[in-house]
Design a protein around this ligand. Structure first.
Ligand code: CP
Length: 320
């Protein structure tokens, strides 16, 4: 596997899930695979889970790890081509990428959406520059439009915790004080569409996700109706994806607190289990009692990030 951005990059998801379970049973089973191989993790944005779990995954596989926080200690990088670099950015990504690539065998990139230029974000401009100019396998650690390591961990978590063969999974928008990218809901929708689940998306009007990610999912604007019979509630905020109105891309259209997932919302479900990728704003996305309840999966979900990253890095190492 030379790039990891989408569910299809892993091929058969059942096989990928089987590998995840194999690694969960013995996470050091492939420790010789990464001997004398170096992972470079490049962060344009902050991270707790992705940073730690991906580093741990690389250690599981016997790799060396280098981490670069672009905005803390490195030269400020220009990412657009054709600009006159007379501002505060000292180095262009087009030189920096091959230089960084010369020190490693595999590259992970975290680069969030700017949320001002939809075409630039949805073209995955920064990630694709790494693919084009590094000559090394590149995987997404949350890019402008997708977060596949999270979605794979979410799928593993649902597989481990489902109580019926084909569970009803609901992705619900919830309010947030800041404008957030659509990467997590996009990937969650994409991966749920590829999984054996009954998948429903609910959000206020105007928050329609890109059709490429919605796929065949049922979209229900009435949150209560969407929650009825649900086995898993996956809460997440996202800003306007600009599908119905491109001028609103990246904007906050609603802070309606009636969408916050509380005990009453969970009572509409079939005793659903609660999920969120974290970090989460308590009181905005979800109430304390719901996230702290025995039906909350947020901690095992985050722990599974180590497993999803180990499978992905294993696949990449096998292709070197
Ligand atoms: N869920 C997730 O990607 O967490 P971090 O932003 O802390 O890496």
């Amino acid at each position: 596997m030379k790039t990891f951005l989408n569910a299809k990059d892993l091929g058969d998801l059942r096989q990928a899930l089987a590998e995840a379970m194999e690694i969960k049973n013995d996470r050091y089973k492939y420790q010789s695979l990464g001997k004398n191989k170096t992972l470079l993790m490049i962060f344009f944005n902050n991270s707790l889970r992705t940073r730690l779990s991906t580093q741990k995954a690389a250690i599981n596989l016997g790799m060396n790890v280098i981490v670069l926080d672009v905005n803390a200690g490195a030269w400020k990088l220009e990412t657009e081509r054709g600009v006159i670099m007379d501002g505060d950015k000292s180095e262009h990504l087009l030189e920096a990428i091959p230089v960084m690539a010369s020190y490693c065998d595999v590259i992970g990139v975290r680069s969030f959406a700017g949320l001002t230029d939809r075409d630039y974000d949805y073209a995955e401009t920064v990630f694709n520059q790494f693919v084009k100019y590094s000559g090394k396998p590149v995987f997404a650690m949350e890019t402008a439009t997708v977060h596949p390591l999270q979605a794979f961990a979410d799928l593993i978590t649902i597989e481990e915790h489902k109580e019926v063969k084909r569970p009803k999974v609901v992705l619900t928008w919830a309010p947030h004080p800041k404008s957030l990218p659509q990467a997590v809901p996009n990937s969650f929708a994409e991966w749920m569409n590829a999984a054996d689940v009954d998948f429903v998306i609910t959000h206020p009007e105007g928050y329609e996700l890109d059709p490429a990610f919605v796929g065949d999912a049922c979209v229900e604007y009435d949150q209560k109706k969407a929650f009825e019979g649900a086995d898993f509630i996956y809460a997440k905020n996202w800003s306007c994806p600009g599908v119905t109105n491109p001028a609103s891309y990246g904007q906050i259209l609603s802070k309606d607190m009636s969408w916050t997932v509380d005990a009453e919302h969970m009572s509409w479900t079939r005793n659903a289990q609660f999920m969120h990728c974290l970090p989460v704003r308590r009181g905005m996305i979800v109430t304390d009692d719901v996230i702290e309840s025995p039906r909350s999966l947020v901690i095992p979900e985050a722990a599974n990030r180590e497993i999803s990253a180990t499978v992905v890095l294993k696949r990449i190492l096998e292709s070197l």
